[in-house]
Design a binder for this molecule. Structure first.
Ligand SMILES: Cc1ncc(COP(=O)(O)O)c(C=O)c1O
Length: 415
């Protein structure tokens, strides 16, 4: 057997529990890739121009309405967007960034890459989003930015975070990698803060295989970001000699998107509204079916914002038992992200985070995406309801969402 075959097979094995195509289970994530990408990609591959060019510009201008913002930079992944945002916020060695530990490690590693310190703020255990009151309490003269994450696509308290930032002259960076298409106060995510960072990684609502986008509140940041995403060089400027630039004023990165991945993105954009609608319709069915359960509780979502429902996260009693119950029924479930604050790389920043303790003890996500058939949905709903029935006699004490979160009929207003 060739060496490549072995490695491909082992990758398949490791992802088969989460992704479709490898097993018989209902997957938690699935790559959306319409066959119609093939022809435009073939054309661009054979066009003689595959780097950052007209397709990237076209992709950026088609993304703008989705973000409610014309200051869009396409980049090669969401992590690059985050690092660029930190750099544009002038975060450097010894500075502090207030962030959440309840996220993908990609949110926080760019902070370390800038040489900055992470100050953990706690989360609301009924949304998994950063608690702005804890953010306010943790500001110091060294704080340069607040990093927030819209867990599963449900938007953070952006008005409060932005007013804290304005009061202290610091930046808000939204990690919106779960939140393509989410809205807050009827305006798209991407139009609220200094920066918002999106991911087009394989299993997001739309994918460019790998890719990302950064939105900037100010045109000046966007123009500086355009330089920094490609070594600090203005790709549009005329040069005397083809590849020899006159002067580079500040160093940058190789974070640009290319025309091949942008072409995939342009095709994907034609489908993303439908994809989002399906995620939301499925979430609404769960919201209706699970609203009065005890062993399984919904997160507490406000009606002034709309999630993209990249994840459908719930809180369950006896999670290991729940996960086993779902697995036996052929339904893939997962905690998706491990809290970041327990890693050795951030051992110096440890602090008590009771909201995260509470959330991580019970949280789990069930499949909610566009790939679910009516039969899948029915099967998932019945399997969850069966868990509730089996738990009933054992439930003694029922903990309800805290006062802080409005008890709107969770997830129903979102359809
Ligand atoms: C919350 C969050 N932030 C950042 C990232 C990083 O995005 P990318 O993989 O495009 O670099 C991800 C990726 O899945 C994510 O889920």
């Amino acid at each position: 057997m060739e060496k490549d075959e072995i490695s491909v097979r082992s990758v398949d094995e490791s992802v088969k529990e989460l992704l479709s195509g490898a097993g018989k289970d209902i997957p938690l994530f699935k790559v959306f890739m319409p066959e119609s990408v093939i022809e435009p990609v073939r054309q661009v591959l054979l066009s003689g121009y595959i780097g950052e060019g007209p397709r990237v510009e076209q992709f950026e201008s088609q993304l703008a309405p989705w973000f409610g913002n014309d200051n869009v930079l396409a980049v090669n992944n969401g992590t690059a967007a985050l690092q660029l945002a930190l750099r544009l916020s002038d975060v450097g060695f010894g500075d502090e960034v207030i962030s959440t530990a309840m996220t993908c490690s990609a949110t926080n590693e760019p902070i370390l890459a800038m040489g900055a310190k992470i100050v953990w703020a706690d989360i609301d255990p009924w949304t998994a989003n950063i608690d702005y009151t804890d953010v306010a309490a943790k500001i110091t003269p060294k704080t340069k930015a607040i990093m927030c994450v819209h867990w599963g696509g449900y938007p953070c308290d952006l008005d409060e975070l932005n007013s804290i930032a304005a009061e202290h002259g610091i930046k808000v960076i939204e990690d919106a990698c779960h939140a393509f298409g989410s809205t807050y106060h009827d305006k798209p995510i991407g139009s609220h803060s200094d920066f918002a960072c999106f991911s087009f990684q394989a299993i997001k609502h739309m994918t460019t295989v790998d890719g990302g986008a950064l939105t900037c509140r100010s045109k000046a940041d966007c123009e500086r970001g355009r330089l920094l995403r490609w070594y600090g060089i203005d790709r549009r400027s005329k040069r005397k000699d083809l590849r020899c630039e006159a002067d580079i004023k500040e160093f940058g990165y190789k974070f640009h998107m290319n025309d091949v991945t942008a072409t995939i993105g342009l095709e994907q954009l034609k489908f993303v509204a439908d994809t989002l609608a399906k995620h939301r319709a499925n979430a609404a069915q769960y919201g209706q079916a699970f609203k009065d359960l005890n062993a399984v509780r919904l997160l507490s979502y406000k009606p002034d914002r709309l999630s993209s429902y990249w994840l459908y996260t719930m809180r369950v009693k006896d999670r290991p038992r729940f996960m086993e119950h779902m697995k036996k029924a052929g339904i893939t479930v997962s905690q998706v992200h491990a809290r970041n604050d327990f890693h050795t790389m951030v051992k110096d920043f440890r602090t008590p985070l009771p909201g995260i303790d509470e959330f991580t003890a019970e949280q789990v996500s069930i499949p909610v995406g566009w790939w679910l058939t009516e039969e899948d949905l029915e099967h998932i709903i019945n399997t969850v309801l069966e868990y509730e029935r089996r738990c009933q006699p054992r439930i003694q004490e029922i903990k309800r969402p805290s006062e802080k979160c409005e008890k709107t009929p969770a997830h129903q207003s979102d359809l």
